[in-house]
Write a protein that binds this ligand. Structure first.
Ligand SMILES: Cc1cc2nc3c(=O)[nH]c(=O)nc-3n(C[C@H](O)[C@H](O)[C@H](O)COP(=O)(O)OP(=O)(O)OC[C@H]3O[C@@H](n4cnc5c(N)ncnc54)[C@H](O)[C@@H]3O)c2cc1C
Length: 515
């Protein structure tokens, strides 16, 4: 197994002090713990513990750090704000890497005429929201369920939000990137010096490179352009609850065609009762630790919080002349279905904000779900991409429920209906202080990956501890995609200094150690 030499990492960190100042280099035991994954069990956390971290403030400082990393052959793991909870937080794949913490870089440049923004990596969703509010800009941002993180970091990890601009990577328009040899490149129209169309037109001339830097280890993104959603005149909605587990089938089958036709502009996410309950209560209020949660307890939770077995929020954006009839069409699509509860929502420009991610307002309350089992909470996510099909959703829900029960977990799934696919996001909630649960977590995760792969399905994003396991499932033509990734990696990063192992892509020097 490949290892980072502690002495080389320490020498590199000392050299980096001369670039950023000693107060921006972090190498104590406490610092190493801070830059580890607090949502993972202790053992996994240690497997991904960095040697330390360095926090530059400028592109020139990043270039100097890259030079030192190359000289010392020590890997860097770039993070924007490092709040990638569920997928590893700030922690690297390879133990001993140096975390390159870009959270001090916080410049925001909005082009009001174009409706775009250029952000540095440290800009959080709250920063961008405040910037918009203070200037009363007529644009909305799209935020994830955990909005504590970075606008750039989330988009680079192909994160999602809940407005029509919720596919964050798809709204990227132009990057500035420091390559592993220290060169700086601007993608798309940014390749023209002083060009004013960098954030307006995505691909530029010739090959388009923006997606090459998403979920990859080929460059350090120092600026990211993003399209902003013009503030709509109105947002009308339906909050729909269904009463029984099997209602998932018709929910998917009604929503899929509406999304594909573009009648629904955002990707609605159908979540079960636990998704709602885990942010409002803890398990110990309803069951003895170690005992299964009875049907009666689930019913009592639902009664107390008035939540369905499944719930989904649908929103329509635009002028009232379009939004009202569109909402009517959507309501009609549910006419023949056994809807348990349907509540209308209405926001018109000038009203106080609805206050949810569906209207681009940042939130952190979903993070409370880590407390569900008690002890030191945590979760990792298992998120396979599936075709949009109600029968399939139900089959996955049933099988995964059984697997969760078999390994002693409560099942926390959601099904996000996208243009042509369905993202089944399962949060494996656990108690880090329960050794049996910690042991079973790995078994459950690997079983979920294996069973999905047997059906031809794989994850869109995964935890740093499982990047090889998931990359292995992309196996066409003897893993031709991995071989292509590796050839590009070797060409751009011959010393393998940038995020070795990210997305299962290892540099030549470390390939022999791939688990
Ligand atoms: C309860 C809960 C709910 C969540 N809900 C959502 C949700 O709705 N949608 C969603 O998308 N996520 C969600 N998440 C996952 C995660 O918390 C967010 O995606 C968060 O925004 C990621 O952290 P970050 O933005 O700070 O990115 P970072 O952690 O900074 O970056 C993410 C990854 O991208 C790469 N990267 C970052 N910056 C750079 C750079 N400058 N150059 C090169 N590579 C870089 C790194 O490999 C890094 O590991 C949720 C998590 C929890 C716990």
């Amino acid at each position: 197994m490949i290892q980072v030499q502690t002495s080389a990492a320490m020498a590199a960190l000392r050299a980096m002090e001369s670039v950023v100042g000693a107060r921006h280099v972090f190498s104590t035991d406490e610092d190493r713990r801070d830059y580890s994954d607090h949502f993972a069990p202790d053992e996994m956390e240690r497997l991904h513990e960095p040697s330390g971290a360095v926090a530059p403030a400028t592109v020139e400082e990043i270039q100097a750090i890259v030079r030192i990393a190359n000289e010392n052959k020590v890997p860097l793991w770039p993070i924007s704000r490092g709040k990638n909870f569920g997928y590893g937080g700030p922690a690297p794949v390879l133990k001993g890497s140096i975390v390159l913490d870009l959270s001090r870089m916080k410049k925001i440049e909005v082009d009001p005429a174009g409706g775009t923004v250029l952000v540095e990596p440290g800009v959080s969703f709250f920063d961008l929201y405040d910037y918009r509010q203070q200037r009363n800009l007529p644009f909305w941002i799209s935020v994830p369920g955990n909005s504590w993180g970075s606008v750039a970091g989330n988009a680079l990890d192909r994160g999602v939000g809940y407005t029509p601009y919720g596919d964050h990577a798809a709204r990227i328009c132009g990057l500035e990137v420091v390559l592993p040899d220290g060169d700086i490149v601007r993608t798309g129209m940014g390749a023209i010096s002083q060009g004013p169309t960098w954030q307006l037109y995505k691909t530029g001339f010739g090959p388009g490179w923006d997606t090459m830097f998403c979920q990859s280890n080929l460059g350090i993104v120092t600026k990211l352009g993003l399209w902003l959603m013009p503030e709509p005149e109105a947002v009308l909605g339906l909050n729909i609850d269904a009463d029984k587990p099997e209602d998932l089938k018709w929910l998917v089958d009604v929503l899929g065609p509406l999304r594909k036709a573009g009648i629904l502009q955002q990707s609605p996410s159908i979540g079960n009762w636990l998704r709602a309950a885990a942010t409002m209560t803890t398990r110990q209020e309803w069951a003895e630790p170690g005992n299964p949660l009875s049907d009666a307890a689930v019913q009592a939770i639902r009664d107390k919080f008035q939540i369905g077995w499944w719930g989904v929020a649908l929103r329509v954006y635009g002028p009232l002349e379009i939004a009202e009839p569109t909402l009517g069409l959507i309501r009609k699509a549910f006419d023949k279905q056994p809807v348990w509860k349907m509540a209308e929502t209405r926001w018109v420009r000038g009203d106080p904000p609805e206050g949810s991610p569906a209207t681009g307002v940042p939130v952190t309350y979903p993070l409370a779900n880590a407390n569900w089992f008690g002890g030191r909470g945590g979760h990792i996510s298992f998120s396979p991409v599936l075709p949009v099909d109600g029968d399939l959703a139900l089959r996955y829900f049933r099988r995964n429920s059984e697997l969760h029960a078999q390994f002693g977990f409560d099942y926390h799934p959601s099904f996000a209906i996208q243009d042509r696919s369905m993202n089944n996001i399962n949060q494996l909630l656990f108690d880090q202080d329960n050794p049996q649960m910690v042991e079973n977590l790995d078994k459950l995760f690997r079983t979920l990956v294996r069973e999905a792969a047997a059906d031809g399905y794989a994850e869109y994003r995964t935890h740093v501890g499982y990047m090889d396991v998931v990359a292995d499932t992309f196996d066409f033509n003897n893993h031709a995609l991995r071989r292509l990734n590796e050839r590009v990696k070797d060409a751009l990063d011959p010393n393998g200094i940038l995020a070795p192992g990210k997305s299962g892509i290892w540099p030549a020097s470390a390939r022999g150690g791939r688990p």
